[in-house]
Design a protein around this ligand. Structure first.
Ligand SMILES: C[S@@+](CC[C@H](N)C(=O)[O-])C[C@H]1O[C@@H](n2cnc3c(N)ncnc32)[C@H](O)[C@@H]1O
Length: 290
């Protein structure tokens, strides 16, 4: 045996160790997601792994845990801790009239298709803390359609739903929400839709009278009504192809004939479902069921 057999670990060995480490982390994550599913029925197994890895790593670091397996142990034995982690997995970023162009196009091309309906049902799937559904309620009020509309706002995250029900948003965000509202084709004083206290803009309760808030999980729950419009923006981007397929099938089954599906510019229509829809506004992925 020569001296060279005892040299220090070179870059190749380090790479091997890194990939072994990554392999182990993947196994631990798989066990974590299976454990969550078996213990709590929440199915994160088909979320994009890169984003799950990031969130798990950050939770392990934040709570100074020795490993992901230790995280699984806590999750299984402490339901509150599970809810904390599930909240980490739910990315709640949202705003009123997010991507104003979407709302402008919906107003121009979607609303005319709703005018002849005596009753309109709209589903906001993955509504987060409610900014999107209040935006839609205001738009429909301005178009004279709110009085015959019911909006169903759902999310898997119970905390987000509870917040959404309050119908109040931080005052400091109103300047940018107003800008979005105007870009979306809003025609009134935006401030006429809310009152204020020191910290919050409180939206008129008449808007919420038309909204039903409920917990609903797109990964495990089934359809619960027939809708004329389904909006699901910035949600499917966190899912893998299998789960996206499930959700597209769910939406297809839940849409009335001629119903509108609004996915927003970040999402895409799965090839398998393209023939089932015509494009109403391609840039904002607004479709109409054939
Ligand atoms: C980034 S927000 C999007 C909010 C809003 N649609 C928008 O575009 O501003 C994503 C939301 O999807 C929800 N979500 C993630 N997975 C879900 C699932 N399986 N079922 C229902 N909602 C889910 C999250 O809890 C989060 O509130």
């Amino acid at each position: 045996m020569s001296d060279s057999d005892f040299t220090e670990a070179g870059p190749e060995l380090e790479e091997d160790e890194e990939s072994q480490q990554h392999h182990l982390e993947e196994i631990e994550i798989q066990l974590l997601l299976e454990g969550i599913y078996l213990a709590y029925g929440y199915d994160f197994r088909h979320y994009l792994r890169s984003s799950i890895h990031r969130r798990v790593r950050s939770r392990v670091n934040l709570d100074n845990l020795p490993s992901i397996t230790a995280l699984l142990d806590k999750v299984l034995h402490e339901p509150d801790y599970f809810h904390l982690l599930a909240n980490d997995f739910s990315i709640k970023v949202t705003e009123m009239y997010r991507d104003p162009h979407f709302f402008r196009l919906f107003r121009e091309r979607g609303v005319p298709l709703l005018r002849n309906k005596s009753e309109i049902r709209i589903w906001h799937a993955g509504c987060s803390t409610g900014e999107e559904v209040y935006s839609m309620a205001i738009l429909l009020l301005e178009e004279g359609l709110l009085h015959r509309t019911k909006l169903y706002a759902t999310d898997m995250n119970e905390q987000a739903i509870q917040k959404a029900k309050l119908g109040k948003f931080p005052l400091k965000r109103m300047q940018s929400f107003t800008k979005n509202y105007l870009q979306a084709g809003g025609v009134k004083e935006f401030s006429s839709y809310y009152t204020t206290d020191k910290e919050y803009a409180i939206f008129h309760p008449e808007l919420a009278d038309h909204i039903v808030f409920a917990q609903h999980n797109l990964a495990t729950d089934s359809t619960f009504n027939e809708f004329h419009v389904i909006l699901c923006r910035n949600v499917l981007i966190y899912f893998d192809a299998t789960l996206q397929h499930r959700v597209h099938q769910l939406f297809y089954e839940s849409l009335a004939e001629g119903g509108i599906l609004g996915l927003g510019s970040m999402e895409s229509m799965l090839a398998a479902y393209k023939p089932s829809y015509e494009e109403l506004a391609p840039a904002e992925r607004i479709f109409r069921k054939r």
